[in-house]
Design a protein around this ligand. Structure first.
Ligand code: PFF
Length: 453
């Protein structure tokens, strides 16, 4: 191959390590912060039901496509297309994913920084008295201030950088393998606490009993967009992680398990948040402030709420961090393999760019809030462009490439890991149909709807 990386390619050491790294990428602010408030705004279980359908029939096949691209090429998001379709413009498609990852990481680290600030406050037992009721004012004055959110954002970025410098096996895999089980246990403790509060039954019913009267077309679009975001599709993260996976791993099983675990985490987060919201008589449709405004107010009233607050914000921080490192790795793999940088240099170079972008995102909540592009501030612009344009195009091109450019035998060869695993009867044909036709049509629909709205 003409384009050899400047250092030997790192790989994951174990199947569990791969699964937990993939799950670590998928489980993040999307599960703990976005999913519960979207459920709250869009009719509870009705939203969850549609979300699950999209996850199984559209997103899981897309994840398999990204898996195929990464594992077959053993290259970064840009290099994968270059290797699999040499001499064609397809490589530029990979660039979309690298850009999407960079844009997401820029605003994601700001919210990751907020989670550290709230964790610090929780550890200082700030959420143990009803002063939590002032939390909206507190949240607004914090995010619109200049230095504090920047400092927390930089701490968050530094944590991501330190893990990534250590590499795939010694950084990403070690870190996610030990922390994902901790995250799971913490979330389950919180969910049990929340579901055993007096009056929480209504919240549980809200989560599990569909009410289609609040479910609109916009809710459907939100469900699909959330499924994409939550499963980290279209940003090259799955592709990049898959490129560190050996030929003997089972792609179908790993994608299905990652999807299942991500969905489980989202549901557990819903169970941790909604019952408490209902138990305290708060409306579920609180929007993005749910986690940073509503929850602290609830913690302040809860018996042993200070402890619950610590558990929650540790979880939020860990979930955000394991996703951030996957976004960072997309850019690092690109810099190492395409620009021939050594890993530490690639981390240093990318960090200097991310510091600037993340600081701009943070300032756009306060002193730079007047700077609007297409009537969006910088933070919202990055969010919009990455989620509604770059990620969606990234995923669209990935499925089109796999469905229409790769040979069906090659796809089946990857799915069965060179014949090691037997695919269930009819599985390959159904999947091939979804990849070739159903998924592209649905993604184009999402793109058009996103652009119109
Ligand atoms: N899946 C992450 C979440 O739910 O928070 C966000 C994310 C990570 C999106 C990595 C995209 C990505 F490539």
């Amino acid at each position: 191959m003409s384009n050899q990386p400047s250092e030997k390619r790192d790989t994951f050491a174990s199947s569990l390590g791969i699964l937990l790294a993939m799950t670590g990428s998928a489980v993040g602010l999307g599960n703990l912060w976005r999913f519960p408030y979207l459920v709250g705004e869009n009719g509870g279980a009705a939203f969850i039901l549609v979300y699950l359908l999209f996850v199984v029939f559209i997103c899981l096949p897309i994840m398999m496509c990204e898996f195929i691209l990464g594992r077959r090429s053993q290259a970064n998001a840009f290099g994968a297309f270059k290797k699999l379709a040499p001499g064609t413009p397809w490589k530029h498609v990979g660039m979309l994913s690298v850009l999407a990852a960079a844009f997401i990481l820029s605003f994601y680290s700001v919210v990751g920084g907020w989670s550290i600030k709230y964790l610090v406050m929780a550890c200082g037992l700030k959420f143990t008295s009803p002063e939590g009721i002032l939390s909206e004012t507190m949240f607004n004055s914090f995010v619109t201030s200049t230095w504090p959110p920047i400092i927390y954002t930089l701490i968050f970025l530094a944590c991501s950088g330190i893990i990534i410098v250590a590499g795939v096996k010694n950084g990403i895999e070690k870190f996610t393998k030990s922390l994902m089980p901790v995250l799971f246990v913490l979330m389950v403790i919180l969910a049990v606490r929340s579901m055993t509060l007096p009056g929480s039954g209504e919240g549980v019913r809200y989560l599990f009993k569909p009410d289609f009267s609040k479910f609109t077309a916009a809710s459907g679009i939100a469900a699909l967009g959330q499924a994409f975001f939550s499963l980290s599709l279209g940003c090259g993260t799955i592709l990049t992680y898959a490129s560190y996976v050996s030929r003997s791993e089972n792609i179908v099983k790993c994608s299905a398990q990652t999807t299942l675990l991500d969905t489980l985490f989202a549901l557990i987060a819903g169970c941790a948040i909604m019952p408490a919201v209902f138990a305290y008589g708060i409306s579920p449709g609180q929007g993005p402030g749910l986690v940073f405004v509503t929850l602290p107010a609830i913690f302040s009233e809860l018996p042993a709420g200070g402890f619950a607050a610590i558990i929650f914000f540790v979880s939020l921080f860990l979930a955000a961090l394991t996703s951030a490192i996957s976004l960072l790795e997309v850019v690092i793999a690109f810099l190492i393999e395409e620009c021939k940088l050594r890993r530490p240099t690639a981390v240093a170079v990318s960090m200097s760019v991310f510091v600037v972008l993340a600081v701009l995102c943070s300032l756009s909540q306060g002193v730079l809030s007047h700077v609007k592009i297409f009537s969006l501030n910088i933070f919202d612009l990055f969010d919009y462009v990455s989620a509604n344009v770059l990620m969606t195009f990234g995923a669209l091109f990935a499925v089109i490439f796999v469905g229409h450019k790769l040979k069906r035998e090659d796809i089946e060869d990857e799915l069965s890991s060179g014949g090691r695993y037997r695919l269930p009867k009819g599985f390959a044909s159904a999947l091939y149909f979804i990849i070739r036709w159903a998924a592209p049509v649905v993604i184009i629909g999402l793109l058009v709807a996103g652009l119109i709205s």
